[in-house]
Design a protein around this ligand. Sequence first.
Ligand SMILES: *Cc1c(COP(=O)(O)O)cnc(C)c1O
Length: 391
Amino acid sequence: MNNFIMKTWAEINLDNLYHNIKVIQNNMLNKTKIMAVVKADGYGHGDWIISKELNSIGIKYLAVSNLDEAISLRQHNILCDILILGFTPPSAFHYLQQYNITQTVFSLFYAQELSKYACLSNCSVNIHIKIDTGMGRLGLIENMFSNCLDEVIKIYKLQNLNIAGIFSHFSSADLLDEESANFTITQKNRFAILLSQIKMNNIDIPLSHIENSAGLLKYHDDNFSYARAGIALYGVSPIQEYNINLKPLMSLKSVVAFIKIVHKGTSISYGRKFIADKDIKVATIPIGYADGYPRALSDKGFVLINGQIAPIIGTICMDQLMVDVTSINNIKSGDIVTLIGSDGKNIIRFEDISKLINCIPYETMCLVGKRVPRVYYKNGKKVEVTNYIHH
Ligand SMILES: *Cc1c(COP(=O)(O)O)cnc(C)c1O
């Protein structure tokens, strides 16, 4: 285990992953299993460590966005099933075979290309067929104008493809208004009807899945074999109004580098957007937008130091930001600064900073930069450190 320099870092609490799995499982009916979505480096948490941990607690199906992510997991000795949810270019099909990775097939044409490749290289490729029931992104189109059963049958007849699963994706399961809820049910019905048509044609596709975190938390369905849990694993509810006792895994920490008193009228940072209206105490913190702390939080965000709230003043720089620490007693260089996470009675969540800048916790979470070391804790003990800059 390499160590890390206590300057700016992210702490990942693996015990909370275990807790969240339990919460998710309690929200699902018994037959459904969890497919863990670890794309985008496990939503910024470090994909292979999260995957190892998931494997060790019995979660044996992973989903990623692309081939690079899948190969990286294999290189870290993750041996379970891995599904690529997105596009893999035909020029890279051989990696699917080499690393035994399951590919999403989203059109008849794409299936034909993959089948052609598999026949030429005399191998069989595992696929899941993607059905577009209303997301409008990828998949065979299934709606009131289009029935894709024929295409599924044609894919089924292609050589050297093993159809291990079929799935669809909700567009609005996280929204609570009636129209969104109705649309989610429509999507589910379209998918369920297609599945029964497939069955009636004696085509056996072992796995089916449609629910994301919002879907599984809100609809608790038992008709499908898997649910694809992403953000809920990491302890954030996709539905703000649902307080379901998920515990966030990640805290983002930095330290106080420098403290000074500035006089009334002094300007702070680029563009002089902040001018002190009285004498104040200012601390400089070595974290900026290059670490994934959004510049949009300039003059809006806040941090915790010694359990107290300190507002960000002026423009957030690439590598540093300034906070007003006038009201924080006994502050000194080296004190820990919490940008995400709890300190004393206060807590700042990804949800909180996202709301301030009109984006979603998915975005702020996966933005946490690659120069921020991840420090992993289990049973209160530091168990692993990863550093993308040097190893
Ligand atoms: C990202 C993604 C998920 C996970 O969504 P969450 O809302 O994070 O649970 C599931 N399915 C697909 C196809 C995705 O792209």
